[in-house]
Ligand binder design. Sequence first.
Ligand code: AHR
Length: 502
Amino acid sequence: MSQSETARVTIDTKRVISEISPLLFSGFAEHLGRCIYEGIYDPASPQADEYGLRADVLAALRELNLRAMRYPGGNFVSGYRWEDGIGPKDQRPRRREMAWQSIETNQFGTDEFIRFCREIGTEPMLAVNLGTGTIQDAANLVEYCNAQTGSHYADLRAANGSASPYAVKYWCLGNEMDGIWQIGHLDAVDYAKKASEAAKLMRLQDKSIELVLCGSSSSKMPTYPDWDRIGLEICWDLVQYHSMHYYADNSDDDTGSYLALSAELEDYVDTVAAVLRTVKAKRRSKHEVYLSWDEWNVWYKAREATDLRGGWKEAPPLLEEVYNLEDALVVATWLNVFLRRADVLKIACIAQIVNVIAPILTTSDKLLKQSIYYPLLMFSQMARGNSLDLLVEAPRYETKKFGDMPLLDVSSAHDAEAGAHSLFIVNRSLSEPTPLEIRWQDIKPTRVRTAQQLAGPDPAAFNSWEQPNRLTTRPIDKPEIVDGVARLSLPPLSFTALGVEL
Ligand code: AHR
């Protein structure tokens, strides 16, 4: 197919991959840099509400409608003493926080986090410390959050303002314990033994909780994928999810390959999913474990800050990545991957949400939406129901890293009950528009209800405080549907989201 030929997407709504888990549109907030302090919580800001939460940040997060929020880390959690962060604020200790070498004031802790989650309508997803923390600390935190009053930690929660339990359902068994940088790093067997005992105690506190085991901290780790296999073999029956982490980069400045990254992301999912199948078979088990991609995003420009760390300051600006158009297109293809692999992927948390490698940046009184905010918003609003297996026929282009790749990257969601159907299309072409024909085989949709697009000529363009709306999704002309066929021309370097009425 030559580059100028018409691409075709053929849709049959009976070709269902899986129901889309709403938790695929979740976030991650860590005590790191200015994510919590100055980002979410800033009593000194004119934007602060009566609890010190930033009203403008809450509003943007409500719009994003993230279904779960992972907290409090990240690397931070592996040295965190959760009891420092509860009770009267003037009695909470200031600590030297070792992961990011910052001063942790503990003015924001578990109770403030739960309030924040309630404010934005998201499920809390708490990580326990399996670095310096003990299995008893982990079980105590479950008691603090989920037990009815009448015992020490539940009564402490009541004394701190909430007689009713928080009913936290999702719990992560540590963070990136395969990484030598992790406080209290363990090898696979030692981690799995500790995680299984922590899981046992946490479940003795509340058997309804769902647990996420630490997988490899990226597909580039030397212990990948054996780390995953060993952990799962030991912990299989105790956990519901297994984690994946990955940060994308274009440090080679090779936009063609960068936009084709979904090849690598899908390969990563395939490999870890194969490990799940293998362990399930070896265990002769009927139990299912799904994937939780609980750290994912682009992160490479603000990496040097990781070495400088926080200089033992409060809320130092760290990892404040500025996102451009090509990053937003990679984020859109990543979300496409989540839909295409919705059979095994059930949770995904963009890392992170405010200031630190985030879709939102703040000053003391202003908020900026970065380019990656918009694809996340489109998917979070529109990807409902079932994910569909599409036939995509598109012209191909040559990449240095992944060889021959299709110009278009596409996914689709279909919600028959709600009468809604969506398509998400990334055009990877750097210079030419791509004509596209969309053909529905088994249904005759009436019209395109919404058509939104993020596009531009310069892959390096970004939003700034001076030009905050340079990159945003804009409405485009809605293509007509005639006899089950819609035709449109996709500009180069574009992401298009179509909402179709059935
Ligand atoms: O999200 C930033 C850091 O990246 C997290 O603390 C850690 O889990 C990962 O390495």
